[in-house]
Write a protein that binds this ligand. Structure first.
Ligand SMILES: O=C(O)C(=O)C[C@]1(C(=O)O)C=C[C@@H](O)C=C1
Length: 360
């Protein structure tokens, strides 16, 4: 005979108790790992080990839990275990509710110490000066292109990139009421205003577009003024008690933002190869005919594919540029190492920004 609901709940309670005992046993082992790491000075966060743990479990998963759920649960379990080894402080563009915060949570799980910052410069400063172990910054958006300040900051920073996150960004119009009536000012980060410009021109042609330091900051301000609206995420709306006056107002439906995770090499060295890796570089070449073409030749010769090529002015007043290049592969692969060596030989400036696993 089928079990009754109370009987099933009693069984679930018993399983939960067992799970808790096992999870605490795991946490105790993580504490011991933390001790070992404190003594030998090795990094607390080892994303490649976490990927290995999840991959191993997914291979033996007999269900009915989906592999996706297994990954989600263990990411959180390991986030909690990591926090026991040492709290991981993560700096990002605040306040709470930004997409940067969402990216940080996606990458590290929720057991982190949050350090919301007023701007990207502060994020870099926090991770460089040691008030945070890691920083999370957006580098490009599929609609609007590069986040120029982030690229400029990466150029001379001692921080390196150790990971990336790609988020589907949905913008909503949020305000203290759920209607578009009487909106005088729309507040958002300049990138978000740009990503929603068509919608704004159609639906709120007379509203002033006012740039603020982050979308969540716009939401915070809109909460205090009924004639103001903000473009922000649902999370930011919930954070500041706002209503959604219009949902998904970005001009391009599949609007994605790519974030990178940065830290000092002493906090965490470059992740080992996973088989799906990326190398980010910034280079400059002498200002002469054919120099950019020549720079790409070693990549072709060694069969290394380039997934990104951006230029930024070098600010020398001489029409010189820095080139931001993403390559597929890992320096531990001989053909990649050879391509990098040849490329470096051709460059007036050459800096590896980081080597890291590609986002899923
Ligand atoms: O294996 C380690 O190095 C650990 O610190 C343990 C652990 C885990 O909980 O499994 C926690 C943090 C690391 O990022 C990787 C894995």
């Amino acid at each position: 005979m089928a079990k009754t609901l109370p009987e099933l709940r009693t069984l679930i309670d018993a399983v939960d108790k067992e799970l808790l005992t096992l999870l605490n046993r795991r946490a105790g082992l993580a504490n011991e790992v933390g001790e070992v790491k404190r003594i030998d000075g090795s990094p607390v966060f080892r994303p490649e080990r976490e990927a290995q743990v999840i991959g191993g479990l997914q291979q033996t998963n007999a269900g009915p839990l989906k592999n996706e759920s297994v990954a989600f649960i263990w990411r959180e379990v390991m986030s909690a275990c990591r926090a026991l080894e040492a709290p991981q402080r993560v700096a990002y563009l605040g306040p709470k509710g930004t997409f940067s915060e969402e990216a940080a949570l996606r990458f590290f799980g929720s057991s982190i110490t949050h350090l919301p910052c007023a701007n990207f410069d502060e994020v870099f400063h926090a991770a460089t000066a040691g008030s945070a172990e890691f920083g999370v910054i957006p580098v490009e958006n599929s609609t609007e292109g590069v986040v120029t300040r982030s690229l400029d900051l990466l150029l001379h920073s001692p921080l390196h990139i150790v990971g990336e996150i790609s988020l589907l960004v949905r913008h909503n119009l949020l305000r203290s009421t759920a209607s578009l009536e009487g909106v005088e000012v729309v507040l958002a980060h300049p990138q978000a205003l740009a990503q929603c410009q068509q919608w704004l021109s159609t639906h709120l042609p007379n509203a002033e577009r006012r740039a603020v330091s982050s979308n969540a900051e716009g939401a915070r301000l809109a909460a205090a003024n009924p004639a103001w609206a903000a473009i922000a995420s649902e999370r930011a709306g919930a954070e500041f008690g706002l209503h959604t006056a219009a949902l998904a107002i970005q001009d391009v439906a599949f609007n994605r933002t790519r974030f990178v995770v940065v830290c000092l090499p002493t906090t965490m060295p470059a992740p080992q190869a996973t088989g799906k890796d990326c190398i980010s570089l910034v280079v400059s070449v002498p200002n002469r005919p054919g120099a950019v073409h020549d720079m790409l030749v070693p990549l072709k010769q060694h069969g290394v594919s380039m997934t990104r090529f951006e230029s930024r002015p070098a600010r020398s007043g001489q029409w010189e540029y820095y080139f931001y290049i993403d390559l597929q592969g890992h320096p531990s692969q001989p053909q990649v190492a050879a391509a990098l060596q040849d490329l470096q030989g051709l460059c007036a400036f050459y800096k590896v920004l980081g080597t890291y696993p590609l986002a899923d």
